[in-house]
Design a protein around this ligand. Sequence first.
Ligand code: ADP
Ligand code: MG
Length: 397
Amino acid sequence: MNRNFRTLDDMGNIAGQVVLVREDLNVPMADGAVSDDTRLRAAVPTVAELADKGARVVLLAHFGRPKGERTPDLSLALVTRPFEQVLGRPVRFVDDQGASEAIALLKDGDVAILENTRFDAGEEKNASETIDRLAALGDLYVNDAFSAAHRAHASTEGIAKKLPAFAGRQMEAELDALEKALGTPEHPVAAVVGGAKVSSKLDVLKHLVGRVDHLIIGGGMANTFLAARGVNVGKSLCEHDLTGTAEEIFDAADRAGCTIHLPYDVVVSKEFAANPPSLRSCNVHEVAADEMILDIGPAATEALADVLKNCRTLVWNGPLGAFETPPFDAATMALARTTAALTRDGSLVSVAGGGDTVAALNQAGVADAMTFVSTAGGAFLEWMEGKELPGVKALAR
Ligand code: ADP
Ligand code: MG
């Protein structure tokens, strides 16, 4: 693959060098303990590889939102032991007061975590004093935190311009997967966009119509598009003020040769509850005034699978229905299983992202079967909007 960034493979001999590595260590805590260590585990390959090559590895990361204040319960000291356990080797904590003295004591292969970068108000402002202070601590810079790359902060963007900069293994995998999905994908390409609101994903939709061959709209978003087509959506979640915008997206899709797929049938009920007595599925034109659409219907789900069978690439963000409440998870679970099967067969490259989408894939038990699942949240959505992410741009050769 012809890449615009350097990776750990391009670092040369790094024995004895201090490598500053931006990681995402922003783990959720409950009762003083890490409640989900996914992010810690994701940092291990890069950190272990650099340490094995004899580098003195110093991790840079933020933790919560201290807003430039030294906040004891947001100290990365709290994450040092948990990371040590996950990494399986000693990790020391380095306070940002006297950091250079502490780093000078590190030996080849040692690993340390520097205090929360956001204790310094200059971090989020990308202030030159902060950039200089951080850059002076190391010889080389590695950014392994795609999830923070949509922010132009000192530890994600500014520093990359001061030190030789490289993508870590996580960053590399994410950029390669995203390039395969929307940069130079194999066509036909389908995008599935669902979730609650059109307003939160307008830029995503506008970008995708110019990029993909099929745009499949589900979830609450579909209701706004159906309403724009004159469908009475009853009590459904619907942004009636955006029907004009929906029309513009239909027109842009027509011009770009992108087919927009809306559901023909839907699952409705009069109340939003698990397995409600008023549950039924019907044609979109038969929704009663007191009903709400909570999932796309079985015919639409099957049609979606048929589209995917003829596609080579899928990008997916947003559940097709209110998947947290059964049986409104049916279409989302079916899509997850279909995508997993097509990916396993080698006929589809599948990339999915978004907080609720990842939860839905886990609920279906198929997250591992996707080509790539992005846990990057905001950065993933900005990438789906076609935006250039500052932390990625700063890594360009
Ligand atoms: P992601 O986090 O993957 O980007 P979103 O946050 O945009 O996804 O949307 C997820 C939410 O959309 C879920 O909470 C789901 O219940 C809701 N949702 C999906 N379809 C509907 C619908 N028809 N009516 C109401 N809510 C829906
Ligand atoms: Mg969400």
